[in-house]
Ligand binder design. Structure first.
Ligand SMILES: [Zn+2]
Length: 548
């Protein structure tokens, strides 16, 4: 039995094929169309989570140069290179809107702690603290050849320190004008907006009206405001109202950085925080939130556990105060209260040292351990003495276990909350940094999407990509779409996980097979490549005049 077509049918097919080929050639000639250029890279067979929150779909992503050329259920090619991802997730590269990357990025420009968890852009200049002026810093980042993109805010605390100093006093009208000029310069240098750190010295000495005046200056260039709020503990609600007021009266978008509720006495107040955010949005204030998925925070021991009056005016002034018996006793009372009710988490064992410049061996131990090592019972008041001793020795960075999982979850689920690490670029193996630098994005995907099912995969990715891109006004990143820059994270949704812990933080996240920045592969089969395609990103005021 033969199923071959008859000779006459074969002749007809041949004739038809010839006719089609001639017609195609005529059309191509008429349109002067060359054959399609091959793609540089074709990522095939993925679950595409495009960043918008839309449900995933099976498909391919094609890249030409630094941009996404096509996305479709099936792309034929040709392509110089094909990566078959076998059903793994293809997502936009993550945009970390709140980092301290300048701590360490010069030593580790490949920033593997970030790229190995899918982060392709980091924002610097948070918490009111930025290089000033900004332009030389951005030029330095440009020359550094990083693996990921980097942008910056201009910091209100840095501006105030330069003009007013670190003392507790109101600025004169003339000083306010000087500060506004520095913010305008920052925006023209390429900042994405103004960050405030009203928790820190000297930000804490800033009247709200002054913060509004400076934020408004950033807003006239299209910038946004983000704030490490004045108080995340007893005065949390006043602080949320202040962050909203800065946006509402300064006429610009405003964001609560690393939203948290500190101190057991305040746990549960995320309900009020989010109600205030919802009410503000209902009346037209563009207020948003970012958060890291941990119940411990990290900053200097002095900032976390010493009242601001002790720190006023800088280190020499602080040391002089601690030498005075009367003010030392008063400081001890204030520190004990902060250990009991605020970042100390009610017990010296809830304060862990990330690094101490004067004694590297303290990294990873606790304030309770150190109090005992100094021959004292680990009570709160004895620990307060040790905190003053630490500051006199040169200070430590600390990790403060003082938040609740319920508040964390409530904030995480809110639709305007995006994910940000508040991390840095650790030198691998050195000190005992907060695990957020290595694990934030992987932890959300592994723990809060897969295990706890607190978020859908699509919503989690949106909070890491399209949401921060929209906040920053990055129109060409954060969403997988033809024409967008090719920043892409590819991971196994079933295997992605953070491995960094408070005890052993220097562990890279797992599950990311490929990470692509500006079309170049920076992580391949889970390992760093030699590519350094990162770029400096500039905000909306770069080289512009303010709008009236
Ligand atoms: Zn902060």
């Amino acid at each position: 039995m033969s199923s071959a077509p008859s000779e006459s049918l074969q002749a007809t097919i041949r004739a038809m094929r010839h006719a089609f080929a001639v017609a195609a050639a005529v059309i191509a000639l008429a349109a002067h169309q060359p054959a399609p250029a091959p793609y540089d890279l074709l990522i095939a067979n993925g679950r595409i989570v495009d960043g918008t929150g839309s449900p995933w779909f099976l498909g391919d992503v094609a890249i030409r140069g630094d941009a996404i050329a096509a996305i479709a259920p099936s792309i034929a090619g040709p392509a110089a290179r094909v990566i078959d991802v076998h059903g793994r997730v293809i997502a936009p590269g993550f945009i970390d809107i709140h980092t301290h990357a300048r701590r360490g990025i010069a030593q580790a420009p490949d920033a593997p702690n970030y790229t190995r968890q899918g982060v392709t852009t980091v924002m610097e200049g948070p918490d009111g603290s930025s290089p000033l002026p900004l332009a030389p810093f951005l030029a330095q980042m440009d020359a550094l050849k990083t693996s990921l993109n980097i942008g910056s805010f201009v910091g209100q605390g840095s501006v105030r320190s330069a003009v007013v100093g670190d003392g507790n006093r109101a600025a004169t009208a003339e000083e306010v004008q000087k500060m506004i000029a520095l913010v305008e310069q920052g925006m023209q240098d390429g900042a994405f907006g103004l960050s405030t750190g009203l928790f820190y010295v000297p930000g804490t000495f800033t009247p709200t009206a002054e913060a509004i005046a400076l934020a408004a200056a950033a807003g006239r260039f299209g910038g946004v405001h983000e704030s490490h709020q004045r108080d995340d503990a007893a005065k949390l609600i006043d602080s949320v109202n202040e962050t909203i007021a800065i946006g509402e009266q300064g006429h610009l978008p405003t964001q609560i950085s690393h939203a948290k509720v500190v101190g057991a006495a305040n746990w549960g107040r995320s309900v009020e925080m989010l109600a205030l955010v919802d009410a503000a949005r209902a009346r037209g204030v563009d207020v948003t939130i970012d958060q890291y998925p941990y119940t411990a925070s990290s900053t200097s021991v002095a900032s976390a556990l010493m009242p601001a009056w002790v720190l006023e005016g800088g280190r020499q002034a602080t040391l002089a105060r601690l030498k005075d018996a009367g003010s030392r006793e008063k400081a001890k009372g204030g520190i004990a209260a902060m250990i009991r009710d605020e970042r100390g988490g009610g017990d010296p064992k809830n304060v862990q040292f990330a690094s101490c410049a004067f004694d590297a061996s303290l990294a990873g131990t606790t304030l309770a351990d150190l109090t005992v090592a100094r021959g004292r019972a680990p009570t709160i008041r004895n620990a307060a003495d040790v905190v003053m001793w630490i500051v006199e020795q040169g200070g430590c960075q600390g990790i403060f276990h003082a938040m609740s999982e319920r508040d964390l979850l409530r904030i995480l689920r809110h639709p305007v909350t995006m994910i940000a690490s508040d991390g840095e670029v650790p030198v691998f193996g050195r000190a005992n940094p907060h695990p957020r630098s290595y694990g934030t994005f992987a932890r959300v995907l592994g723990v809060y999407v897969r295990e706890k099912k607190a978020l859908t995969l699509e919503d989690a990715v949106r909070k890491m990509s399209a949401a921060p891109a929209a906040r920053l006004g990055l129109a060409d990143r954060g969403v997988l779409k033809a024409g967008m820059r090719a920043d892409i994270a590819i991971f196994d949704a079933a295997a992605v996980r953070d491995r960094a812990t408070y005890e052993k933080p220097h562990q890279y996240a797992e599950g990311f097979s490929h990470v692509i920045v500006n079309g170049q592969v920076v992580v391949e089969n889970g390992e760093m490549t030699a590519a350094r395609p990162g770029r400096v990103l500039y905000g909306p005021g770069k080289g512009r005049m303010p709008r009236p």
